[in-house]
Design a protein around this ligand. Structure first.
Ligand code: SF4
Length: 230
């Protein structure tokens, strides 16, 4: 991915969104929501700044019950519509019949296969015909994200814009905003889960561990992405 110069390191979410929406029409942009606290902050911004931007989520079939509770709370808070995308049934049947329900822990290749079926393929469908997508990614989240830019061209999805409004926010800024706006954050955050993905692939972290140490905890840090953010 390459940086688009108009988004500077110090840009605020408003500035990043404004710069992006000068390049692409809001109707052609979507927000990818995984119900992380960052995504809730971005959605709160979008409701104020660009409510016409639609929101989608991927139901991998392996999410925590607490994550579905966040989705329901969001619907109540904003009366918004979420476009859900699910994995292809045939692909899931083939995977589970051939390899069972926990093949992702047996090898990196198996984990990537599961992420591809449950996340990447539905994401690709969600982005068809779009000019840009918005995420809640931040540089401070992990070693795999420290080169992110506020606005990037996403070569993996045909060169559309990838917009990261919270690129330079710290943990403290995210949580301060979430508390101030009474956002319906996932209950698992208060149980040691700073980063939450699918249930079989997320554990609580221990004191001193990196925020994403509980994601695919059996893998090396440089592998800790699911293919959604390449
Ligand atoms: S995070 Fe785990 S369960 Fe979810 S899609 Fe990836 S490998 Fe499969």
């Amino acid at each position: 991915m390459s940086e688009i110069p108009s988004a500077t390191k110090a840009a605020t979410p408003e500035e990043i969104l404004s710069a992006a929406l000068k390049k692409v029409a809001a109707k052609d942009v979507v927000m990818a929501c995984s119900f992380s606290v960052e995504d809730l902050v971005v959605i709160d911004y979008l409701r104020k700044l660009a409510p016409q931007i639609s929101i989608f989520a991927i139901d991998t079939g392996r999410l925590h019950e607490e994550t579905y509770a966040v989705a329901e709370a969001l619907l109540q808070k904003y009366q918004l519509h979420i476009d859900w995308y699910l994995p292809q049934t045939l692909s899931l049947q083939q995977l589970e019949r051939a390899k069972g329900l926990f093949s992702m822990r047996e090898s990196l290749a198996n984990r990537h296969e599961c992420c591809h079926i449950r996340k990447v393929e539905p994401l690709n469908r969600a982005l068809v015909g779009k000019a840009g997508w918005i995420t809640g990614q931040r540089r401070a989240q992990s070693t795999t994200r420290n080169a992110l830019q506020g606005i990037e061209t996403d070569a993996a999805h045909g060169g559309i814009l990838k917009i990261n409004p919270l690129i330079d926010w710290s943990d403290e800024e995210v949580w301060s905003y979430a508390r101030a706006q009474r956002l319906p954050v996932n209950r698992l955050h208060s149980q040691g889960y700073p980063s939450i993905g699918c249930a079989p692939c997320t554990r609580a972290i221990k004191a001193g561990e990196a925020p994403r140490a509980g994601r695919w905890w059996w893998e090396n840090p440089e592998h800790k992405e699911c293919g959604l953010h390449r």
